[in-house]
Design a protein around this ligand. Structure first.
Ligand code: URP
Ligand code: ZN
Ligand code: ZN
Length: 472
């Protein structure tokens, strides 16, 4: 028997800290050796002229989520993880959403049933706490954190999801005791409701008014409040999908004070603007997401946040709906007002090519920061490191091989998701993932799936090293 199942030969390996030429020997799904002249293997993958990177980890995606009456999310776990593999990702972190009145265990049972046997890449659930009852706070959450569900998201907006400040504090207090990491969707619910009602009253119902109804102060205020609440409880917090410099400045100021406040931004805030919601007829609905894309200065601010480390993770917030579909963006009510257009856009496959092309190729970030932002920091933040997120002996053999010179124009058919469009259609891209390997098995090669679904597994996670259990 050859000593390795697979050797990846001749590539340039990059981690979050180093770039070096070396071969990778893989045995039993793990990296068993790094070096040269590693000998024989069952299979050899030629990576000459290619970059060999830790597989992407996207810690913010939505699959198979209930999305309101008559609305169907465009991706379940099969197509969602297929698209993830097309985009060079080996782990994704979807949300398991608790509905009002539902126990967390019941919600998890449902999400596991949807995911089991369907996945092409590994998955690990965050919990969404929509109903923080005594039972949830006192019993279920602590037990689930101990079982490896070590992060949860809370919403400051959305009907049926928004928590008030008292509820946020209660959830944060559980996070403090258990060592879980709290993720916050920071937008002011009452301010949005006020603005939506006013806009509709004035007859402003087109998709572009979605952005008008959620201006920067709505996000900045909620970001400030979320940070203040976390400071009161003395617990770390991750502010997700930050769209602009003013909200980012709240995070930066908190970090400068020594608070454990972390930030995430997403593809749409780097390359889209509010004017994309202006499209003819209903085309703007394709870009309706929350927070909405802003303007060029906001894009520049988000780049600065990635360059300087204010944002430690870069995610897609993949939340796909079909456009031309009565169960999607163009549902009958959605045609009457932006209020009813489902929020969210697809992007799990486009995330890394856009960050590589716009970031590395254009010289805004170096390759090692790209790896950190796209993989390593996600693993470190959410308790998966060093099993995931790096190329090191003993780590899972989760690898993406990139052709750094491949040039193409982004079209939806390259992305493999269940939607019928990409908001990034027509972008010119340099650099593309040509092979995705999950725990030693190739799952995507040259834009085609390899092997059946079901190789991807759910991962229980350790506590985030950013958070540690503390007495009340
Ligand atoms: O519009 C968005 N981002 N939808 C996804 C849900 C969320 O808030 O992350
Ligand atoms: Zn959110
Ligand atoms: Zn999201």
């Amino acid at each position: 028997m050859p000593p390795f199942d697979t050797i990846i030969r001749g590539g340039t390996v990059a981690t979050a800290s180093d770039t070096f030429a070396c071969d990778i020997g893989i045995r039993d799904g793990r990296i068993a050796a790094l070096g040269h002249d590693l000998g024989e293997a069952g299979e050899t993958i030629d990576a000459a002229g290619r970059l060999v990177l830790p597989g992407g980890i996207d810690s913010h995606v939505h699959f198979a989520q209930a999305s309101g009456p008559g609305i169907v999310m465009a991706d379940g776990f099969e197509t969602g993880t297929r698209s993830a593999a097309f985009g060079g990702n080996t782990t994704v972190m979807p949300f398991c959403v608790q509905e009002k009145g539902q126990s967390l265990r019941e919600a998890l049972k449902q999400y596991h049933a949807k995911a089991d046997g369907q996945c092409h890449v590994d998955v690990s659930f965050h919990l969404v706490i929509a109903d923080p009852t005594e039972q949830v706070l006192g019993q279920e959450l602590p037990a689930l954190v101990a079982d490896g569900y070590t992060s949860f998201k809370v919403f400051m907006t959305y009907e049926g999801m928004a928590l008030n400040d008292r509820e946020m504090l209660e959830v944060m207090a559980v996070a403090r005791r258990t060592g879980a990491l709290v993720m916050v969707h920071a937008e002011n619910f009452d301010a949005i409701k006020f603005l939506v009602d006013r806009l509709e009253g004035e007859g402003h119902v087109a998709p572009r008014f979605h952005a008008t109804s959620r201006p920067i102060p709505v996000e900045r205020e909620a970001t400030h409040r979320a940070i203040s609440l976390a400071e009161l409880v003395d617990v770390p917090v991750m502010i997700v999908h930050v769209s602009n410099g003013e909200a980012m400045e709240e995070i930066r100021r908190a970090q400068a004070k020594g608070l454990k406040v972390y930030g995430e931004t997403c593809t749409q805030y780097l390359v889209l603007t509010e004017s994309d919601l202006d499209g003819l007829n209903m085309e703007g609905a394709k870009y309706v997401c929350s927070p909405p894309p802003r303007d060029k200065p906001s894009q520049e601010a988000c780049w600065r946040g990635l360059e300087t480390g204010v944002f430690s993770v870069f995610s897609s917030d993949h939340c796909p709906f079909r456009y031309d579909d009565p169960a999607g963006k163009l549902n009958p009510k959605g045609r009457t007002s932006f209020r009813w257009v489902p929020n969210g856009i697809p992007g799990v496959a486009a995330r890394l090519p856009i960050l590589f092309s716009e970031g590395v190729v254009k010289g805004r970030i170096d390759l090692n920061r790209f790896v950190a932002l796209s993989s390593t920091n996600h693993a470190k933040t959410y308790g998966l490191y060093p099993r995931k997120g790096t190329i090191a002996v003993g780590a899972d053999a989760d690898v993406a091989i990139w052709d750094p010179d491949r040039r193409l124009t982004l079209t939806h058919d390259l992305l493999g998701d269940g939607s019928d469009y990409t908001p990034y259609e027509g972008m010119e891209i340099t650099g593309w993932p040509v092979l995705t390997m999950v725990r030693g098995r190739v799952v995507m090669r040259d834009g085609a799936l390899v092997g059946p679904k079901g190789h991807g597994r759910h991962l229980e996670r350790a506590l985030s090293p950013l958070a540690a259990p503390r007495a009340a």
